[in-house]
Design a protein around this ligand. Structure first.
Ligand code: AVJ
Length: 318
């Protein structure tokens, strides 16, 4: 069953964010969530299959190898709330639902992603799926209302999606998750770890150019939805590692001086000026423990993949 979030658009509109992000002085910037429309989400799925992008496979290995352990850590499982929705969740749900009935609540702003998630997990015995089409925190707060007394809630925030946040807002987000929970509830948090640049850079600048297309799709979206006139060949995909902030940054770089029209607005670009489109922060092993302690959790367990440094952290609300 799909519960639609209703009037839950809390932030600005796409048009407002684009106008503000391209119009500001200094570094032009667009919120990374706009990369994930239907086309962008499908392209991201392709990225997860690329040999250079080891992140998703690393997490899948951890979830496969340790699913029983993960399930055991939280005995009274009532509701599993996922911020996002994914195929990787299957293992955990199977393990959790082995001995008890589980309600799985994926939360997505895209109904397409929610529907395909429901189709894929539909056959799991002992699991009922209740999707929420809304923003993460709104969906989480709605999902926990279904908690039956005495039963636990486990939140899944996988794939190092936390890495899209700058570090401090990321912790604010964890704090808000904690506020929706009760002591003893769990948060399974995936954090991609620092790794050598010759492994990291190709993951975000693959030779086939899928990530470049994923990034450029944002300009196509602006052209289509907001009446923009970006000429795609005049922008190029850039993935750089910001060592000070320990993050990959994706940018779209203007290859020449040019002026862009979006609706009635004009934006000028200097040659080599960029639009910053996404950050993927990288973490140290102990960082999850520290983040947990600052946000009302304790880290009860951590599993690390040895092939592609990635940590799955089981946080428990204190
Ligand atoms: C979905 C945010 C975890 O940062 O690795 C992959 C997105 N962007 N390649 C990541 C992404 C370009 C991905 N996250």
């Amino acid at each position: 069953m799909l519960i639609r979030g209703g009037a839950t658009q809390t932030g600005n509109s796409f048009a407002e964010d684009v106008s503000a992000g391209l119009g500001r002085p200094g570094q032009k910037e667009l919120p990374s969530k706009y990369l994930y429309d239907d086309v962008g989400s499908a392209l991201f799925e392709v990225i997860t299959k690329l040999p250079e992008y080891g992140l998703t496979r690393a997490e899948e290995r951890i979830l496969r190898r340790h699913s029983d352990e993960i399930a055991e850590q939280l005995p009274a499982q009532g509701i599993v709330v996922e911020l996002g929705s994914g195929r990787k969740t299957r293992r955990i749900l199977e393990a959790l639902a082995q001995h008890q009935f589980t309600t799985y609540c994926p939360i997505e702003i895209s109904s397409t992603a929610l529907e395909s998630c429901e189709r894929e997990l539909d056959d799991l015995p002992n699991v009922s799926i209740l999707g929420f089409e809304t923003e993460y925190l709104d969906g989480l707060n709605k999902a926990v209302l279904r908690r039956r007394a005495g039963l636990g809630v486990m939140v899944l925030f996988l794939g190092s999606s936390i890495g899209n946040f700058d570090r401090s807002p990321g912790e604010d987000f964890l704090r808000k998750i904690r506020e929706a929970l009760q002591p003893g509830d769990g948060l399974l948090l995936g954090t991609d770890l620092e790794k050598p640049l010759d492994q990291l850079i190709p993951a975000y600048d693959d030779p086939l150019g899928v990530t470049a297309v994923f990034n450029t799709n944002l300009l196509v979206r602006i052209n289509r939805e907001l009446g923009g006139d970006f000429d795609l060949p005049r922008f190029e995909h850039v993935a750089l590692y910001n060592a000070r902030d320990r993050r990959i940054e994706m940018h779209l770089r203007s290859i020449e001086n040019q002026s862009i029209t979006i609706g009635r607005e004009q934006f000028s670009f200097q040659r080599d000026e960029t639009i910053w489109t996404e950050s993927s922060h990288k973490y140290r092993r102990h960082e999850a423990l520290e983040m947990a302690e600052r946000t009302g959790f304790k880290c009860a367990a951590q599993w690390v993949d040895d092939e592609w440094p990635f940590a799955e952290n089981l946080l428990v609300a204190v």
